[in-house]
Design a protein around this ligand. Structure first.
Ligand code: NAP
Length: 483
């Protein structure tokens, strides 16, 4: 891989400011051509322990810095990420597959969290409470929770790490993160830049390995870890929550989704189509907030499907390095098999294929951008996170019916609705049971806003003043005998 800054290409874990190797290795594969990119040194259990201990040791030094000093180092990290964005995007496209332009967008999106929290570090305020007894004073301090461990997924190999590290470091915590074995390179490049930014050794550690269960056990059960933050599937999240219970760790869980995308009869159709394209096909449909069930009012259904099909026909699918490509590969053959099964079952149960519907017969994990109409709540595709470029369309007649159907899922991450009615906007904002509601907007994440889900989509928030709370503890101090 040709990089302007070859130091960003690293192949072993970053622990206490050192690159530590072992005798074992695993392979990183490019999903676009199924070629091996490189071998990565497998982290050992001892090294994971070492990473946790390093983070623990680093706490006092990191917390001893003034907020301005901490903020400046984080700001420098942000600047370096932006300066190196082209290299970071190249690395991401190689291991994850998303088109270069999208990869570059992710790098900048993640960097914005570091920038935002470098400022928020200065606003971690406590409280002084009104006196309720003579001679007493009551204070509330906000303290960094301690060592934070995190496990992150392959679909956003950079941003999911930066969304956590930004708030954790700003709060005064030190961190150990394990990225997916499918996408370790982006995480290691960020570690290199953290070092160049002057973030002290032990404050930000990255462990890479293919033994996710064994690594996860240490990260979720180690007594020196105070908090665990996870982004990934609901099934794995539940397992990790159990593990965290053994030492009562504070946890944040950013889990799966099953987003409804609702187009009402009074919506601006052009905006609906644009929103649906962005929300559905971004990252080849592999985001937790992708429109999973597209509900369209019967009166505009035909027009919408025609317009969406025109746009889908224009999508260029291919290797993310190629100019003009908008849809890259799915991450691995398993992902293709899952999408194929969902589509087949939907067709057998009565759904109609308007576009696509098949794997692309070429090297790499490519699936045709697909539109299905006539999807019903009985189909698996209605109830499962698709994680592929398949628009599943459901026709509806009334607002009451669509709100009931939209909420008919154990997930509660993100939802979208298009309408011109102010009254309806309020009703939707209050009645859609999701942590996030996009009204007339298909892509809504923002560092100042709380990102996260309810129900089985998780707990905790990333972003804004809500995000930093996950890394702080609230301490009550009572001063007695004050004269
Ligand atoms: P996943 O299978 O749950 O994996 C996520 C992470 O957990 C990876 O690092 C994985 O490592 C690790 N892992 C898997 N099994 C483990 C175990 N038994 N113990 C410890 N760690 C384990 O999810 P994914 O397929 O990578 O990611 C897609 C999922 O993430 C989707 O459900 C998506 O909705 C969700 N997601 C949610 C958000 C959000 O903000 N709510 C954002 C992005 C993605 P290996 O890959 O090395 O096995």
């Amino acid at each position: 891989m040709q990089l302007n800054n070859p130091k960003l290409f690293n192949k072993s874990s970053f622990i206490n400011g050192q690159w530590l190797t072992s005798d074992e290795s695993f392979t990183v594969v490019n999903p676009a051509d199924e070629q091996n990119i490189c071998q990565i040194s497998e982290v050992t259990s001892e090294q994971v322990e070492q990473a946790v201990n390093s983070a623990y040791t680093a706490l006092s030094g990191w917390q001893a810095l003034t907020v301005d000093e901490r903020s400046e180092k984080m700001r420098r990290w942000y600047e370096l990420i932006v300066e190196n964005k082209d290299d970071l995007a190249k690395i991401m496209t190689a291991e994850q597959g998303k088109p270069l332009k999208e990869a570059s967008g992710e790098v900048l999106y993640g960097a914005k969290y570091i920038q935002w929290y470098s400022e928020e570090a200065k606003r971690i305020n406590g409280d002084v409470l009104p006196i309720n007894q003579k001679g007493r004073r009551a204070l509330v301090l906000k303290r960094p929770i301690g060592v934070v461990t995190a496990i992150t997924p392959w679909n956003f190999p950079g941003a999911m790490i930066l969304r956590k590290a930004s708030a954790a470091l700003a709060a005064g915590c030190c961190m150990v993160v394990k990225p997916s074995e499918l996408t370790p390179l982006s995480a290691l490049a960020l570690a290199q830049l953290s070092q160049e930014a002057g973030i002290p050794e032990g404050v930000f550690n990255v462990v890479v390995g293919s033994q996710s269960q064994a690594i996860g056990e240490i990260l979720t059960m180690h007594p020196k870890v105070a908090k665990f933050s996870f982004t990934g599937s609901t099934a794995v999240g539940k397992k990790l929550l159990h593990q965290c219970a053994s030492t009562v760790k504070k946890t944040s869980m950013e889990l799966g989704g099953n987003a409804p995308f609702i187009a009402f009869e009074d919506a601006d159709l052009e905006a609906v189509v644009k929103g649906a394209m962005g929300s559905k096909f971004r990252n080849a449909g592999q985001t937790c907030v992708c429109a999973n069930r597209i509900f369209v009012h019967a009166s505009i259904h035909e027009q919408f499907v025609t317009k969406l099909a025109e746009k889908v026909a224009e999508l260029k699918v291919g290797d993310g390095y190629l100019e003009g490509v908008e849809i890259g590969p799915l991450i691995e053959p398993k992902a293709i098999a899952k999408v194929e099964k969902l589509v087949k079952q939907a067709i057998e149960s009565g759904a109609r294929v308007v576009a696509g519907g098949e794997k692309i017969a070429s090297k790499g994990n490519f699936y045709q951008p697909t539109i299905l109409t006539g999807v019903t709540p009985e189909m698996d595709i209605f109830n499962t996170e698709i994680f592929g470029p398949v628009a599943a369309i459901i026709k509806f007649e009334s607002e009451e019916e669509v709100i009931r159907l939209a909420n008919q899922t154990e997930y509660g991450l993100c939802s979208y609705a298009y309408t011109q009615s102010l009254n309806r906007m309020w009703r939707l904002s209050e009645n859609l049971q999701f942590g996030m509601v996009g009204i007339n907007e298909g892509v809504l994440s923002n560092p100042a806003a709380p990102f996260g889900g309810i129900k089985e989509s998780g707990m905790g928030r990333e972003g804004g003043r809500w995000g930093i709370e996950d890394y702080l503890e609230t301490r009550y101090v009572c001063l007695g005998n004050v004269e």
